[in-house]
Unconditional design. Sequence first.
Length: 341
Amino acid sequence: MYPEMVKPKVFITRQIPEKGIEMIKEYYDVEVWPEYTPPPREVLLEKVKDIDALVSLLTDKIDCELLDNAPRLRIVAQYAVGFDNIDLECATKKGVYVTNTPGVLTQSVAEFTWGLILAVTRRIVEADNFVRSGEWWNTKTGWHPLMLLGMELKGKTLGIIGMGRIGRTVAKIAKGFDVRILYYDVRPLPEEMEKELEAKYVDLDTLLKESDIVSVHVPLTPQTYHLIGERELKLMKKTAYIINTARGKVIDTQALIKALEEGWIAGAGLDVFEQEPLPPDNPLTKFKNVVLAPHIASATVEARTGMAELVAKNLIAFYKGEIPPTLVNKDVVKVRSPGFK
Ligand code: GLV
Ligand code: GLV
């Protein structure tokens, strides 16, 4: 252990809710990157040279080169549930613990998913623009039987791709809407859970063919990269919508643009993109039947505070020589024991 007065150094790559920082400060010497934008690569490469712990975001690339530059680094506590920005294999080899923040953001992301589902199927953003732009005023009628018609959810089929915590919570909320649930994942849920959620396991093609709404909840891995491409979008109903709150790279953007241009599907609700921020001239911005959000599905006070606390709990457990509660690379314990000994 460190002598009483010398705390291990942690660098936090962006301002996170204060509560987490306060907790971390009891055990660590904390430096927080003060800017809104991520630390540039050169800065991060320099910073990691003499830190013991790093709090990273999905916009920080934690690869082998960076880890090679960080001889004292023992733990990377990611402030996100996804960790596709981190080279796990390399971290494990080097004995660097990697943790993430599952669970605490599940409800917020699932609620936001429903927000996008409602926004696209009921054309809420389009309607808001219609009112603000004066188009409604120009129609000279307050109500019209055929104005801005959308799709009712009751009795429709929701296809969930990826039935982890978030996918399951989306399914749970679905009950209030009376939709049928199909799901696809690498393996089916335990029977109990399937029953409780009233969800039916099908293969991906069946899900795509039968769903009125397809919602993506898989992590980004080599296996899920462009999982949804031309072939998959063509399998969907022309009246169906696709929702993505997972990772942009799970859907082939060019294929999606083509699908929207040529009417293979009815619309999309997207919180994540292959390139973030999404350039304002990206073709996706021109479709009225697409609702766009800037990667904010977990952006609630509750979730973001919970994430900060969980990051702190991981760092504190590690400091105490305990296995962090949400360790991602579990094999790392064979390489090095937790703690700063
Ligand atoms: C955000 O995208 C996260 O992975 O938490
Ligand atoms: C995230 O919390 C997931 O496992 O779906």
